[in-house]
Ligand binder design. Sequence first.
Ligand code: F6P
Length: 544
Amino acid sequence: MPGPFKPNDAPVWPLLAKHRRAAQRFSLPRLFEQEPDRFERMHCSAAGLTLDYSRSLATAETVSLLLQAAEAVQLRDRIEALFGGGEVNPTEGRAALHTSLRDAGAGTPHRGEIEEVQRRIASFAVTLRAGGWIGATGRPVTDLVNLGIGGSDLGPRMVTAALHGDDPGRVRCHFVSNIDGADLAQVLAGLAPETTLFIISSKSFSTLETLQNAAAARQWLSGMAGREEDYARHLVAVTANPGRATEFGIPEDNIFPLWDWVGGRYSLWSAVGLPIVVAAGVDNFNELRAGAAAMDEHFRQAPFGENLPVLLGMLGIWYLNYWNATSYAVLPYLQRLRLFPDFLQQLEMESNGKSMRTDSRAVDYDTAPVVWGSVETNGQHSFHQLLHQGTRFVPVEFIAALEPGRGGDERHPWVLASCLGQARALMTGKTREEAREELLKEGKPEDEADRLAPHKAMPGNRPSNLILLERLDPRHLGALIALYEHKVYVQSVVWHTNAFDQYGVELGKVLGKRIHGALTGGDAGDLDPATRGVIDLYKKKYGK
Ligand code: F6P
């Protein structure tokens, strides 16, 4: 059971705890009555994004204390360490320099190698997009299939979906991540080996799902006429382990490097982003990077009180560590951002879902809330009921755009109105009295109105943030992604977690391999009875 939140000895933590007790009385509608300028004071903008946190359970005092807390963990120094190539990933002895990939200006660490790879990415994408990548049988490639998982899938998949149709080339992009053969089969069903190119995207080049899919893809390619050595023209790798990619049969010229100073879930800015460049073009990828670079600059320079990632991160700390909000919902009101919640789940939960501090002490407080959500307005007809009337306290992050960009139409005001309507409903709720009045106006008899009013009343006082993009385009999307990357970093600094390792994923992988051995004829050995029981059922079914 987590104790009082006190990540270090600074006096601000008990002050925040005391303030939290006073905050029990906060009522959002009343706060707005008392402070009519709340919106003016509690929104700020950078890189074309506005963070409106006026509907948060916070006052000027709350924000001031949270910013003192950010100072108390030396956040400013830690930001400089991130950008300057400091060892911010101490368990693996590495820097985390994804920021260098968006703006390799003078003085940027690794500038030379970044620029060289970017040139190769651009030239590959230009050739492919123009229909100039010729396959083994002399036909141009028309379809690209990215085989990767986790960070080697979610980022490029999300951005490619968001930018779909922006400057499309002649090549369609597809993504396969799951080891369940149905994933690959579904994608390959409409494709021909002669005109398909696979990118095997794996930083380690040892990830089970990706290698299994790559082997299946190679097998599929072998159905094509021609010499086996020519199939290699249909395989490209993105990896930090070129030796393994070569062993797999990928020609050296088709291997794009990745570096240990780019974490998997922060890698879409590197060659892992190849599908983005193929789908949306070099200029749009550069715009994406430029948007992220603008957010980087803001994160580095802006005072904490106007700093979007700092404010967002510290408000997250407020809700998790002081209000026990163990989850939060992220709700994009933009169809093209439908995969954003999936992307954020890895970014936030793989980065900060830790119980050990960087100083090797166990945390005695919560880290990383569960992130969930879906594209809107679909969620309104699904889980919003729980958000409005359920027993759980779930802060919400709305993402919307003033201008929807491509694909949006004259219905956009409906989209924005739906988003603002939900935010307002969460905030103001509806009293029993109001509900009763409405029922009477509808013509219900008094006893019926009395009976139904409590069911129709809504508690309100449920907080939300709104992140408003000027427009959904590559530049603002880049800024949005960087905003969340930095928010995660801010929180890791407060929680003293290492946001750049992920040891927790290892054990399940090792056990999976052992169990696979047992399922396919090996000995179940000292596995537990529950696991052995299912293995026996499987073996009986398949007569093994
Ligand atoms: O299993 C987790 C993980 O290591 C993620 O951190 C990573 O993004 C994903 O697997 C894929 O790893 P790789 O790019 O090495 O195949």
